[in-house]
Write a protein that binds this ligand. Structure first.
Ligand SMILES: NC(=O)C1=CN([C@@H]2O[C@H](COP(=O)(O)OP(=O)(O)OC[C@H]3O[C@@H](n4cnc5c(N)ncnc54)[C@H](OP(=O)(O)O)[C@@H]3O)[C@@H](O)[C@H]2O)[C@@H](O)CC1
Ligand SMILES: Nc1ncnc2c1ncn2[C@@H]1O[C@H](COP(=O)(O)OP(=O)(O)O)[C@@H](O)[C@H]1O
Length: 304
């Protein structure tokens, strides 16, 4: 690997590339830190089998968007669609419906007032991108958390929990939290450096029995047993708004396809970064939409 990860690790030595599947050591030492390798991702991706149909690949529900940040919802749905969910349903304010139908006709719409009608029909749920942090979003998130269904919690879902810390205690076990550095510090308290932040993330993942995807140039995926996976893909061409919204849609798509929270998280991060890396060979910067659209090609290259 070309990029140095030493800066982020608890001591000066580089992490051992022993693979995700073989990892059992969850001590606080070097063995708790492992790189995600391409073969780890190849092993868990669901093949598109003969005689399969859309029902085989799960049904994702994404609860996102507000008047000024409808784009985040659409980007999240785009990530989910292109990462292969069999069905994608997006719950946005009605004002975004025309934009949805024009930009992503494959994606279905669910009115906010019908979210709780039958959540059991969805194999994965995400909430947060562009949701806003006002009182309606707060009460929507509160109601969702009370349903005790594991979900992907991103962006404004995390920001609301930072403002109302008692909501953290309702995080359903098996969830995936996807904060960037600032969101993480708002949620779990300010940290002096990345080592402290990682230790705080490990404690939080164990406490809430949820996977934490701590986004950065090198994204850390922290499992419920405190194990830290380091994603080696991604590059600065991807530093553009909406990139995290696409990642949330992708992780939700992999959950919908039946992957565990940890596998969906590392698969989403790896493929997301790999799509950006592939595009950066030819583009100086890449948009979140480009990264999403490129996912099927990248996965095809990985699964020959
Ligand atoms: N098209 C749309 O509709 C879009 C809608 N979006 C939606 O907007 C909502 C607010 O989300 P948000 O992330 O922009 O706001 P917020 O949490 O206050 O963070 C802002 C500050 O945090 C920092 N920062 C960020 N990343 C960092 C990193 N990796 N590492 C380190 N620092 C990092 C950085 O601070 P700085 O470094 O500039 O001081 C930055 O200025 C949310 O719902 C989202 O989904 C966006 O997705 C964009 C596209
Ligand atoms: N310089 C970079 N190198 C690698 N990945 C990056 C870089 N900049 C951004 N990313 C990736 O883009 C995503 C940004 O997420 P986030 O900050 O939530 O964006 P947004 O809120 O705009 O959707 C993360 O997955 C992060 O790892």
């Amino acid at each position: 690997m070309e990029k140095s990860l030493r800066y982020y690790l608890p001591d000066a030595s580089a992490p051992e590339e022993i693979g995700v599947e073989q990892s059992t050591d969850n001590s606080s030492g070097q063995g708790a830190y492992q790189l995600v390798r391409e073969q780890d991702v190849q092993r868990v991706l669901l093949p598109r089998a003969s005689f399969s149909h859309k029902g085989t690949y799960g049904h994702a529900l994404l609860i996102a968007g507000a008047a000024q940040t409808m784009g985040a919802a659409l980007l999240c749905a785009k990530g989910c669609l292109y990462a292969g969910a069999g069905l994608t349903t997006l719950s946005i304010p009605e004002s975004g419906l025309t934009a949805l139908n024009c930009s992503l006709p494959e994606v279905m719409y669910l009115s906010r007032s019908h979210i709780s009608d039958d959540l059991n029909q969805y194999t994965a749920i995400a909430v947060g991108p562009g949701l806003g942090t006002g009182s309606a979003s707060h009460s929507l998130l509160h109601d969702l958390l009370l349903m005790e269904k594991a979900m992907v919690l991103d962006a404004d879902a995390l920001n609301i929990m930072s403002r109302y810390p008692q909501l953290k205690e309702l995080i359903p076990a098996g969830s995936v939290l996807t904060p960037h550095m600032k969101e993480f510090d708002r949620l779990f308290g300010p940290q002096q450096n990345w080592f402290e932040r990682l230790q705080a993330a490990r404690s939080a993942a164990e406490k809430y029995q949820s996977v934490i995807v701590l986004k950065n140039q090198y994204t850390f995926i922290i499992g419920t047993n405190g194990k830290v996976l380091i994603n080696p893909t991604g590059n600065p061409a991807m530093a553009q708004g909406g990139m995290g919204d696409v990642l949330t849609g992708m992780i939700t798509a992999y959950l919908a396809q039946g992957l565990s929270a940890e596998k969906a998280a590392f698969t989403g991060c790896y493929v997301h970064g790999k799509s950006g890396d592939d595009l950066a060979e030819n583009y100086f910067n890449v948009s979140a939409s480009q990264v999403a659209r490129h996912i099927p090609r990248v996965v095809r290259q990985m699964i020959k």
